[in-house]
Design a protein around this ligand. Structure first.
Ligand code: FES
Ligand code: FES
Length: 200
């Protein structure tokens, strides 16, 4: 049974992977510990527990966050997505599929965090966010080419002790290309629809 709220704990409702979870947590409980120890969502890994390795990365309102540095009480009202929420039924998220196809892992411990980061990296890049590796940061320059250097810089918060970096970069690159193709197809479909409506 969940402990009753006290001066040092609070009842919170966490929205995780589209499901609401009610629990009472000590105010010092990190989001990482709430996920793993209280909700059995053990896909999110604990590496350093101090914001250095990225193993605990999840998405909070679509942006990546290291869950070991976020308090569970501060996550109330936010939309949290963990690795368990990425696939649609049996269909893996394209980034998961790319990691699988290109062996973007060895032991797999860092992989959930790598995948969560990669999903956000692809969105950030598509939205035109520059990185420290971007040469031309003027807004009118648009998104820079997603070169291996760009990917390495943008994924630099996620460490891999197995050193699977070469395959990780390839997997992110492949998933980003698939994302760009899908975005172009959507644009083309929208344009065709507008042309048909104008002609009608
Ligand atoms: S466990 Fe959170 S950054 Fe390492
Ligand atoms: S695959 Fe083992 S730590 Fe990255």
């Amino acid at each position: 049974m969940a402990p009753a709220p006290s001066p040092t704990s609070s009842a919170v409702t966490l929205n995780i992977n589209g499901e609401k979870h009610q629990l009472t947590v000590d105010h010092r409980t990190t989001l990482l510990d709430a996920l793993r120890e209280r909700l059995d969502l053990t896909g999110t890994k604990k590496g350093c527990d101090q914001g250095q390795c990225g193993a605990c990365t999840v998405l909070v309102d679509g942006r990546r966050a290291v869950s070991c540095l976020n308090l569970a009480v501060a996550a109330e009202g936010r939309e949290i997505t963990t690795i368990e929420g990425m696939a649609e039924g049996d269909r893996l998220h394209p980034v998961q599929q790319a990691f699988l196809d290109l062996d973007g892992y060895q032991c797999g411990y860092c992989t959930p965090g790598q995948i969560c980061s990669a999903i956000a990296v692809i969105e950030e890049h598509a939205a035109g966010w520059p990185s420290a590796a971007t040469e031309d940061v003027r807004p009118e320059a648009g998104p820079p080419p997603l070169t291996p250097d760009e990917i390495r810089e943008r994924m630099s918060g996620n460490l891999c002790r197995c050193g699977a970096y070469v395959s990780i970069v390839q997997a992110v690159n492949r998933a980003a290309e698939a994302h760009q193709t899908a975005a172009r197809d959507d644009d083309r479909a929208d344009q065709d629809e507008t042309t048909e409506e104008t002609a009608a």
